[in-house]
Ligand binder design. Structure first.
Ligand code: UT7
Length: 337
């Protein structure tokens, strides 16, 4: 007979304990990006709702921004770094393929926590919140730090009309820990790999380097996006996912206080809100206007802004939903800490 392996159980429930953010110093208005892409402030605002974005300076690395956002999230959770026993970093713009930037972040924060990166592009933070909730409830960790961070400017071609005006840099972080009552609802997540090519790194590293017979491009493989199909997919398919997340959490539209969708495009945010028939009392995150699309950082940055500006209050019920390259998506209801 096989030996009996001991099992652990965790907390009855999990919740978000605190949220932090880091926004790079440099504000980049539309006026500063239009020349390279033959565009206009009017076009960008009409098509995306973006007025400005933040671009990181040389000192504002993925690690630096993550540590700054995390320190705030840990402090706001009433914890010390030593209390964190797992660090999950969602990013697509950490340029070193290995090791995970999460281990360097954990070290700088002062913890020997388990630490690893996940790659789910713009939906990575919501994937991370789901993992964290499961870890806490299963007993794998007590306090999980979930970070969404991007230095998109490192992987952008600033002369590409389809991406240069959209993306921005920044970091958001949340601590997930034990709770006596449910504070994170069941996740609704999935992928549509048939649309794998719609948002992706233009070529893989082998193509960049090349071979003796066929020289590589030698050029940084930037991000390319077919914006319009993604736009149509997000505007229609994602509203259904949001509604499913509410249903799974047992929440009606009347119970919902705050809607924090991925900050990709103001028109997508409005289309989702219309399609989900969100009542007028639901406060909607519109961080994209000042922050651009920060990929994995967008949901925590938008939530943090709403919390600091009083639009999301402690105890509020919020729906988070994020989507992007893959295509991949994840949504869940949380209680605002
Ligand atoms: O975060 C990951 C998920 N990503 C997203 O959710 C992004 C989703 N996509 C979008 O946000 C939108 O598709 C964009 C904002 C990127 C573009 O808006 P659109 O309404 O889909 O525009 P479009 O690509 O259909 O282009 C419309 C027109 C075209 O001209 P014609 O063919 O109508 O004459 C383009 O050539 O706008 C032109 N255009 C531009 N004009 C000025 C395309 N890019 C630009 C530009 N400036 N940068």
């Amino acid at each position: 007979m096989a030996a009996q392996i001991a099992s652990v159980t965790g907390a009855p429930h999990a919740r978000v304990l605190g949220v932090g953010a880091y926004r790079p110093e440099r504000i980049v208005p539309n006026a500063d990006v239009i020349e390279a892409i033959d565009s206009s402030d009017e076009w960008i605002q009409q098509r995306s709702g973006i007025k400005s974005r933040r671009w990181a300076g040389p000192e504002e690395s993925v690690q630096m921004m993550s540590v700054a956002a995390s320190r705030l999230a840990i402090e706001r959770s009433g914890l010390d770094a030593a209390d964190i026993d797992c660090v999950v970093v969602a990013t697509v713009s950490h340029l070193l393929q290995t090791p995970a930037v999460a281990t360097a972040i954990a070290h700088e924060l002062g913890t020997h926590a388990a630490a690893f990166d996940i790659s789910a592009a713009c939906s990575g933070f919501c994937h991370g919140i789901s993992l964290a909730s499961d870890f806490v409830r299963a007993g794998s960790a007590r306090h999980v730090l979930v970070i969404g961070v991007e230095r998109m400017t490192d992987i952008l071609d600033l002369s590409d009309r389809g991406t240069a005006f959209i993306f921005g840099d920044g970091a958001g972080a949340a601590v997930v820990g034990p709770s006596d009552t449910p504070g994170i609802g069941p996740v609704v997540w999935g992928s549509d790999g048939e649309q794998f090519d719609l948002i992706r790194q233009r070529e893989d590293w082998r193509d960049v380097v090349g071979t003796a017979d066929s020289p590589g491009s030698g050029v940084m493989p930037h991000l390319v996006m077919e914006g319009n199909p993604v736009f149509r997919w997000a505007s229609f398919a994602m509203a259904k996912i949001g509604t499913q997340a509410l249903d799974k959490a047992g929440i009606t539209l009347d119970d919902l206080d705050v809607f924090v969708p991925h900050q990709a495009n103001m028109r997508i945010i409005d289309a989702m809100a219309r399609s989900m028939k969100l009542p007028a009392h639901v406060r909607i995150a519109r961080d994209v206007a000042e922050q651009g699309n920060t990929s994995a950082a967008s949901v925590p940055l938008a939530l943090e802004r709403m919390m600091t500006e009083g639009d999301a209050r402690s105890g509020d019920t919020a729906l988070l939903i994020a989507f992007g390259a893959g295509l991949s998506y994840a949504a869940q209801v949380i209680t605002v800490p």
